[in-house]
Write a protein that binds this ligand. Sequence first.
Ligand code: ADP
Ligand code: ASP
Ligand code: MG
Length: 813
Amino acid sequence: MQVLKFGGTSVASAENIGKVIAIVTSALAHGPVVLVVSALGGTTDALISAGRAAAAGDESYQETIRQLLARHGEALYALLPNALEFDKSIEESFIEVLHLCKGIHALGELSPRTLDRLMSYGELLSSRLVVAALQARGIATAWADSRQLIRTNSRFGMAQVDEAATGQLTTDFQAKTTENLWVAPGFIAADAEGHTTTLGRGGSDYTAAILAAALGAEKLEIWTDVSGMLTADPRLVRAARPIARISYEEAMELSHFGAKVLYAPTVQPVRQRGIPMWIKNTFAPADYGTLVEVAPPPSPGVVKGLSSIGNLALLNLEGGGMVGVPGFAARLFAALARARINVVLITQSSSEHSICVGVNEGDVPAAQAIVDEEFAGEIAAGRLDPLRPETGLAIVALVGDNMRNHPGISGRLFSALGHNGVNIRAIAQGASERNISTVIRAADVRKAINVLHEEFFEATYKQVNIFLLGPGNVGGKLLAQVAKQQVYLRDKLGLDLRVVAIANSRHCLVSDEGGLDLTAWPNALETAPALSLPELTKLIISKNLRNSIFVDVTANPAAADQYAPLLAKSVAVVACNKVAASSEYANYLQLKQLAQDFNTKFLFETNVGAGLPVIGTLGDLTRSGDVVRRMQAVLSGTLNFVFNHYDGTRPFAEVVRQAQTEGYTEPDPRLDLNGSDVARKILILAREAGQKLEMRDVANESFLPSSCLEGDVEAFYKELAVHEPHFKSLYEQAASQGKRLKFVAQYADSQASVGLQSIAPGHDLYELRGKDNVVLFYTDRYPEQPLVVKGAGAGAEVTASGVFADIIRSFNS
Ligand code: ADP
Ligand code: ASP
Ligand code: MG
């Protein structure tokens, strides 16, 4: 005997029922078949809502029932040539449903017993429909009324099976049935008085397992709409893939912890009898599916699957009065059992100061009442606190028989979640070590499951989600570089870089799924709506995507204000913007601290020397124990350009304007010319070297006459022209000694300064062309010959590549 069960989607329409018939026909070639069917997909929900509406006095139940009738009628006419004949019995069933609902409407009450009766029509109808369709194709088929095969207690809605009576009833039926094929409605059964009961939502799987066990079937096949039990819920994880072979225990854990594909109680009856169970796809019957068996062969991964349960609450019972006193836990569980509250998870810290249990959110009021009543004495005496419930939670579980032989699984779990700002509220690991359950915020489930799926099933593949602010010159180049490198990064580094949003002050373009198309963004951005900076932050946080990075390619101080709230949600920040790192020391420190506390990164390599590895090198030195004693640097591409091009033959103002036109200056060139941009850079380097400094501590001997700094940019250019003799004399003084003018930033003896210097030939700063930058690090390990970092220190392309490197550094660890 083979038992095949087809779920709601498999029998949702005449077309699908056709596929079911084909599968059953080929199974019949191997021996007799019991076919268990669910209601046509969505029917049970519709019946429940009709019943509830009727009880609430809402007449809409009639329309719901009419729609159900139409749907069943449609399937009937598509399946049967002599549908008319059968039409009556379907119509009669719906008249019964209508009468039942009228009764409910009149009473204004829907008892669990009546609800079971009402729901039973879904499976009664679908099974009859399938019988008629099979018979019409000339296949001898018996209808086996599950209410006469499966005996349960009277716990309506979730009845418990009397195995002995069921075994007897089923074998009796077998003895007097001649057909090789029976069709039985899933989900429904009856108690000793003959009242219809149901086995819990999704219970048709269980019906099939009960019949398989009672008949000693050679196999059970659960046919559904996915190709087996998958490594995670495919509605949450796109990369979820079928698990070929799995043990009964693993299947039980996964289904118990939310894998809807299998109703959890299903495993027990087949496990007891050692009946192999397959999970197969009605819509892709050739796919292998999943084989659930006693001892599957070893598989490469230790974790078999992930699952999750929502609507969870934690109940915390706490108090000094519990320590060392036996019996508290027993009383707590006895009280919860009295109120029929199912405990999903239990944890107790070794201090015994608190016990924490996970229950369904809906059970919280009842749990609170009964537990506070049970411990009223202790609470009044101050030895225990009143029960403290916490809602809005979910469980995410890792399941695998082999986890017990592999240390470090929890460590990977914690660090993967930690890197993504998913806070673990409680953790439980059973002694079997087959399941590690974590309790997290319900809002974090999708992210957590995806992060863990990547960690345990796609180890070579990590999704990184970029939110870019400022797609201007540098930002645009960055996007082009990302587009060009996407495939390489995926193949070589296992990084799947996706740009989720691109924003400027006027528009914000957000992708729905899968990331933006990086070839078409400029036009799309033009028509996207605007988003304020706080709104953008909100969007990033609410998207709650794993490995999120905020990339700030602006010079906007308000953008820097967004870093703290983002870092506090473990969103990495990559800033080209220098404002934050050169702001008040306390703010700089707080951002670094936040990144550390929330396990994320705050990177700003391009703040100094564009794409040159200046801050990274400094970090490598200090992290490895070296001490930076002195730094000397030329850090302004603009000033370099200006002093390399100025030799008194062309006016100074003209050279500055050329630098601006060629894109080497800040939008306001005075920020470069007055040395304040260089001052910011040496400040950042000094801080990174461990010095607590403020901007006002950086000595800045400006070479600009003070009148040049008044008024707007045009006024500035005019003043520059007025002061041409001043600039010329600076140049000539240096040139007369064979020296060159360089705007130099220095750090020594814990002090930082910037100013114009005449540099003699042979000095490390002398030979510096174009827009080159150079930094000399004098450290304990490089006391005389400095460590030199030198190269192009400005330009959109190199700056973009520096930002890109920071993005990779954020999550490639
Ligand atoms: P049926 O109606 O056939 O009983 P269900 O809807 O009850 O089907 O269960 C199948 C669905 O379970 C799938 O379509 C899928 O969305 C969901 N599901 C959740 N977790 C898993 C998992 N780990 N593996 C496979 N499917 C899962
Ligand atoms: N029709 C029932 C339900 O929707 C049983 C099942 O589909 O397994 O819960
Ligand atoms: Mg199901």
